[in-house]
Structure formats: structure tokens, C-alpha cells
Design a protein around this ligand. Structure first.
Ligand SMILES: [Mg+2]
Length: 244
């Protein structure tokens, strides 16, 4: 995909690692393909059944790292269950693996690549999951394969937590988990980053969250069967950005 419709980062970074708003004068917008003058600056993801499956409430006991051997995983499932621990996956007590949807990995790797190239885009979480501690455990270990450091061809594994910014886990303002209506999550994301709602995109498998957050002016994309590549492409197209 072309990165030509993104703005180069002119933002500063707070102590928590969150990029804060920069003025339009600080940015160079190139090739405003959709004519709106906007690009995706914050991509926000629901967790349960958007980033991963099964949902945390469906787990039998807390998630734990276990040896992958002994689990009959297809080639696709091996990718979806990848963690940063070699030959280990996360399962619940009954042995059900936690799997990251391939489209979620695709989108997060694309965002990582754009950031490495200097473009101003961040990924964040808006979740109402019943088990935030379990969700943090999964984010600390489940991995996404990304391009290595600028100039290198090697790929590396980073955790989902790495994808959602640095900073200490529960103080990271880019990870909003609470049982409120998701408009509250977005208000906090907006306050923390200064990013206008119109520069955000949101992915969720629950239509009522989509309807609620849409009212803020956030571009919302319904992912009823989990995050797929087509959803990330749809988001980019909505902002006039070319897709791979
Ligand atoms: Mg969900």
C-alpha cells in the first residue's frame, strides 16, 4: 500500500509513550487522496472476538502458557496462536487455545510498519471484556510478526501489548478496558491523545458498539466474524488510502 496519504509525525511523545496532538502546521500531508484532509491517526480495536477468539468469558479457567506440542494445530492455527515464547501457546484450563484473527495481525503489522517509516498512526484498545487481567495476560504473550528495524529485511515477533504503545500496562491510556458504554472509552482516548474522533477508526464485532461509537464521528467498521484483512483495507479506503 502507499503511505502517501498519511501525515508524517510531528507529534511529541508523552512520558507514557503516547503521541500527543501536533498542530497541522507541524505535519506534512501528502496526496490527500480522499480530499477530506484526514488520515487514520488512531486505529482502535475491540479485543474479544475482534482481535482474538474465544472471548474471555468463554474460557474455562484463566489463560496460561503451555507447550504447543500435543496440540493438533493446523498451519493457520500455528500462526494464530503464536506467542513470544518459543513453542508455547496460550490455552484455558480445558486446553482451548487463544487465537489472534489473521486480519488483526495483518492490521497491527501494517500499523507497525507505518510507524517505523515515521508516519503518525497508533493502535489502541476499547474493550468491555469481563476479565481484564486475563486480557492483559494474553496481550503480554500473544505475538504479531512485523518487519524488523528500518533498513533490515528480518522479521521479528512483538507482543500485542507492544502494538498498543509502551508504558506500564494498566496505566497505558491507549488500552481502555471498562464495562461502560464504549463512547466513554473513546472520550478517554481522545483526552489522552488529542486526536480528533474524525481521525479515528474503530473495529468491533458487536453492532450496538458500532452504532454507539459512530455517533461521536468515529469511522466504525463492523467485524461480526472477527477482524479480517478486508476490514483493514476497508478502513484505509474510507480514508482514501491505497491498499496492498
Ligand atoms: Mg467483542
Amino acid at each position: 500500500m502507499s503511505s502517501s496519504s498519511y501525515s508524517r509525525s510531528g507529534s511529541s511523545t508523552s512520558a507514557s509513550g503516547v503521541s500527543v496532538k501536533s498542530s497541522p502546521d507541524d505535519q506534512t500531508r501528502i496526496n490527500d487522496a480522499d480530499g477530506s484532509g484526514r488520515s487514520i491517526r488512531l486505529a482502535v480495536f475491540d479485543l474479544d472476538y475482534t482481535i482474538w477468539q474465544p472471548e474471555m468469558y468463554q474460557l474455562y479457567g484463566n489463560p496460561r502458557l503451555v507447550k504447543a506440542e500435543g496440540h493438533k494445530l493446523s498451519a493457520i492455527e500455528k500462526h494464530e496462536t503464536r506467542t513470544t515464547e518459543e513453542d508455547k501457546i496460550i490455552t484455558d484450563k480445558s486446553g482451548t487455545p487463544i487465537r489472534v484473527f489473521s486480519g488483526a495481525s495483518y492490521a497491527l503489522a501494517d500499523i507497525h510498519r507505518l510507524r517505523e517509516e515515521g508516519y503518525e498512526i497508533q493502535a489502541a484498545v476499547a474493550s468491555r471484556t469481563d476479565e481484564p487481567d486475563w486480557a492483559f495476560f494474553c496481550m503480554r504473550h500473544l505475538a504479531v510478526k512485523v518487519q524488523g528495524r528500518k533498513g533490515g529485511n528480518a522479521q521479528e515477533l512483538i507482543t500485542l501489548l507492544d502494538c498498543f504503545g509502551s508504558g506500564s500496562m494498566k496505566k497505558n491510556p491507549l488500552i481502555q478496558i471498562s464495562y461502560q458504554d464504549k463512547t466513554h472509552h473513546f472520550k478517554r482516548l481522545h483526552q489522552a491523545t488529542g486526536i480528533p474522533y474524525e481521525d479515528m477508526v474503530f473495529f468491533d464485532n458487536e453492532n450496538w458498539n458500532i452504532r454507539s461509537v459512530s455517533k461521536l464521528g468515529v469511522k466504525c467498521i463492523y467485524t461480526p466474524d472477527g477482524m479480517q484483512k478486508k476490514h483493514w483495507d476497508q478502513a484505509k479506503k474510507a480514508f482514501g488510502m491505497e491498499c496492498a
